[in-house]
Design a protein. Structure first.
Length: 95
C-alpha cells in the first residue's frame, strides 16, 4: 500500500491535507498523489476525501456522490468552509 494512503489515517479530525503536502512527504508530485487517491479501494478506512487542492478547492472525488459527497463528509468531520473552499485554518501539515 502506498505511503500516501497510510498517511490519510494521521490527518486529525476537522483537518484536510493538500495534494502538494502529501507529495512533499512522499517525495513525489501532486499529480501522482491524485492517481494514488483515485486508486484507493477503501475510502472510509483511508479517508481520501480529506485531500484537497492547495487553494482549498474540492477536486477529484470519484466515489459515489462526487464532490458534493466529499463536501458532506468533510463537514461531518468538522472541516470549515469559506464559500466553496476549505478554510485555510483547517489545513494540516505533516511534521
Amino acid at each position: 500500500m502506498h505511503q500516501a494512503i497510510l498517511l490519510l489515517k494521521k490527518i486529525p479530525k476537522g483537518k484536510v491535507v493538500t495534494y502538494k503536502e502529501l507529495a512533499r512527504v512522499c517525495k513525489t508530485s501532486p499529480r501522482a498523489i491524485g492517481q494514488v487517491m483515485a486508486g484507493n479501494t477503501d475510502p472510509m478506512r483511508f479517508p481520501c476525501y480529506k485531500v484537497v487542492a492547495s487553494s482549498g478547492e474540492l477536486r477529484g472525488y470519484s466515489a459515489p456522490g462526487g464532490i458534493m459527497q466529499k463536501k458532506r463528509l468533510l463537514k461531518k468531520d468538522g472541516v470549515r468552509f469559506r464559500g466553496a473552499f476549505v478554510d485555510p485554518v483547517c489545513f494540516y501539515h505533516f511534521p
